[in-house]
Design a protein. Sequence first.
Lengths: 598, 596
Amino acid sequence: MTPSQARAPSDGPVLLPVATPARTRAAMTELLRPQRALALTAFAVMVGSTAVGLLVQPLLGRIVDLAADRASVDAITVTAALLVAVAVAQGGTAGCGLSLVSRLGETTLARLRERFVERALGLPLERVEKAGAGDLTARVTADVSLIAEAVRGALPELARSLLTIVLTLAAMALLDWRFLLAALLAVPVQAATARWYVARAVPLYAEQRTAGSAQQQQLLDTVAGSSTVRAFRLEREHAERVAERSRSVVALRMRGVRLVLGFYSRLHIAEYIGLAAVLVTGYWLVREGSASIGTATAAALYFHSLFAPVNAALVLLDDAQSATASLARLVGVTDQPPPPQAARPMGTGRAEVAVRALSHAYRAGHPVLHDIDLTIRHGERVALVGASGAGKTTLARLVAGIQPPTSGTVLVGGVPPTELSPVAARRTVALITQETHVFAGPLADDLRLAKPDATDDELRAALDRVDALSWAEALPDGLATVVGDGGHRLSGDRTQALALARLTLADPPLVILDEATAEAGSAGARALEKAVARAVDGRTALIVAHRLSQAATADRIVVMDRGRIVETGTHDELRAAEGPYAALWRAWSDTRDADTGP
Amino acid sequence: MSWLGFPKFAGTGCLSKLMGKTAPEGCVREADLPGRTVLWRAVREQRRDVALGALLGMGHQTGEALVPVLIGVAIDRGVVDGDVAGLLWWLGVLAVVYVGLSFSFRYGARAGERASVTAAHRLRTELIDRVLAPEGGADEGRLPGELANTATEDARRVGAVTMALVVGIAAATGLAVGAVVLLRVSVPLGLLVLLGTPLLLWLVHLLSKPLERRSETEQERAARASGVAADLVAGLRVLKGIGAEQAAVARYRRVSRDSLTATLRAARAEAWQSGVVTILTGAFLALVVLVGGRLAARGDIGLGELVSSVALALFLIGPLSEFSWVNAQLAQGRASAARIAEVLGAERAVRSQPSPGGPAPHRVAGRLRLRGLSYGSLRDVDLDIAPGETVGVVAADPADASALLRCLGRRADPDAGAVELDGTELAALDLAELRAALLVAEHDADLFEGTLLDNVTAAAPSRTGAPVTAAIAASGTDEVVRTLPDGLDTAVTARGRSLSGGQRQRVALARALAAEAPVLVLHEPTTAVDAVTEARIAAGIRDVRAGRTTVVVTTSPPLLAVTDRVVLLDGGRVAASGGHEQLVHDCASYRTAVLA
């Protein structure tokens, strides 16, 4: 039983923390600090590029003036040549500026995600479990990629648009300050529209993402289970489930479309107001004699060229908002204290376990372990036996130091395992549960997680020890074969063999195995049992035995029932004692004769 | 503003990004008719919205083309002539145009998007219907993730073709309006813009192609960082179990740095590409202004016309670049339609034959006969199981077991021989009726989202009552229920991942027992439960199934001990048959198979 099942309904998942806006800002400043020079250069180049680009409209206006004055062809040619020069300068600086902006964004993003992964992997397992498995995964996938997208797409676009808007307005003011006033008439409508939009868009897009992943989840559920669906004739029900999720995705999508289109309709109003005002101002100023027709043209063209960046900037507002929310979730984790480094080293240096008066409850008032006393000597192999729910897994977790017990003590080599520093813990104890994972990448890289400096020969030796070398070398590229997600798929028993090979490489003196052979099926289970025996050879081992044949070969068997130890002894002693173990053994090997024993 | 200034549904407004096609056209064979059928059917079904969207889109593009023209006219008639009435008149016209373009944009885009999502939804449900069809076959050789992706992404892309058509028709209209206005202003200027703009776009395309190809591969490398991070977090328990956190962090840092290098290279390429586009567009604009300015200076065209032409030259880049976007969407849509057509047209694993004369579930006696059955590794297997009998099948080679189960569940038809239920060949029965009469509960059966009780009673005649309670008790699910916070009402997450392996297996067994099928075939139902519980379950199965035909395919001694007799399959044939205890004593290969 895993704690997720033992959890009470009342104390649902306690999500990992989310940083406050102030803290998020502070963390960002901190990340950007080492790159101040880069940030300033990038900003300056972008300003320069945008400013050069704003020379286009006055030059166009100048051509209008020249044409109005029936000026010489040469003057017009010179102005056109100036336009080409402006384009070259603008293109060159834009290329340079955008590279700098993306370098700033990407480098910062890389440092953020590295810090995040470091802290995330350092979180106590108990804390991650409390938050639910999905929380951390969602942060490391959805949130990181949302921020990455923003850094790659929205950030440069937003920077460029905002600069264009500000500088264009400045240029209009330079033509005549009254043009600026006319243009600003559009702002109240735009500001109101933006507020109206963001208030609705952010929750709506969050809803869309949830509905999208619910649909994906349902599709995977139905498609992956399609043979079960057919066997139990659940086809109609499942088709309806998928259709329902799809319908909700469609409905939310259309809601989003209506929202965005309403947004644009409002912006059209702002565009018209501003454009009309600029044209009227042009008329007035020309009549007054304070501006030329060319200037009026330039002002109108300036305003017309504002449409695109204004729309872009406003649309990006909600991207920026969701990216900020994601950032707060990442900073919430990076702000977690790093795992304690100065904890106590291993005490006696011997891999012995002492459990005294141990009781444990996942929720108050519902103890799952009562008053356990157990000593495991250095090098001893102890098997835990009992029905599901007897408390075997909980005992294994407490000995492994995943969490402190509610009362009583666990000492590994004289030190509570929860107080061992990560380095000492790594050298002392390994826990293998039935939850297996193949790390995506070459098989050798997967193994080297357990021992980064292992030579190829060491890897081969480890695989050979758990009887996995032959199949590993028969893979398409041998140990270099890419396995795991997106690579070569390994069967359940090979995945477990890989876990045992990692254990051999990590080489800890104390091993705790919890149902490591549970899912391999009967034929594979026997092969794995042998591999387990070899992997734990020479180590102190606490094995949650699934098949009794595994218990039978242990030095000592501990039988548990409803959170208590009810019997201990060797296989033969316990069989002779005619207690619970003997009954179990009979039930398991019903027709087995005495002489066909293990 | 162009349609493409609308990033939420029409891709990005960035000109350079629209130049390349995301899916090479070459990957779809021209002769791939079914794919094309899927595509055009999707469009045909949405023809009303497509037509409406296209019509309104044309209105919108006309309006967008007219805005710069009207700016020019307003300057000409109002500012140049100093005529306030003229200015106000043209501002009024501009207002009408704005209302028109805004309205047609709003409702045109809405119709187009509705067509797109509705088409995608219909394809999605059709795909799922095909995957779930009782005859099967569509999910063989395809990973679940791949199929789910086809049902979401490919369906979306095919749906998006309807929107692309709407945008394409609208863009063509914008282009035509711009062309007419320009040619009316001046034929040489008009020709310069109309011929120059496609040339400009082609040039940009040519220049950005190598850059783009490079940046695509680099973006793939860049995406690795997030993949590795998710993978490490998914394996967090394993990492912690062997204390490999430090090694994992070090590895991630390397990957992240490598990704960063690749991303920076890609971003640099993209930045310079955008710079080149700026230069080319600017140079083209200068050329138009040069020609237009000379014409205006000579008095061939008016000042307002010059302003209009310059503005139109800028505007036309929009609709023209939309063509390449539309083209890319069509290419993607074709490739996706081909994938959808492949799934829809997948060969059925077996054929369903509705037979009104076949046995109805309540009249099934439960005699199961294998007659000379050959399939996969099975060779000429004969077996006769009497109604109400409980038979164990031990397969020395797991391949024999899975071949047998495939035939019994009619996931495949035998190469030779037949399986008969009450004297009728399975192939002659309607699949739905057959599966109601003969339930094959596979070892790796999946649980689904819902409560525990929902899962147990998924195929049960009733949600409550003695049979359900008995199934829950017999399968050991009662113990699972006791440890769960909400008992039978506990929510089970997708694929039962919230339960442990042993819990999942017991719930799946309860579901099989609760279905009360006249004939039940169980495959290794207790591999993940402990020895004590296994013995209890064996007795439970025997009690619950008393009087009904039950076949247990297993090598587990406690289960075999409760059967009436056991059949040993070895080398694809029936090697021995008899009581469990008797076979343990007498048959060496049986002993190896179950007790070694």
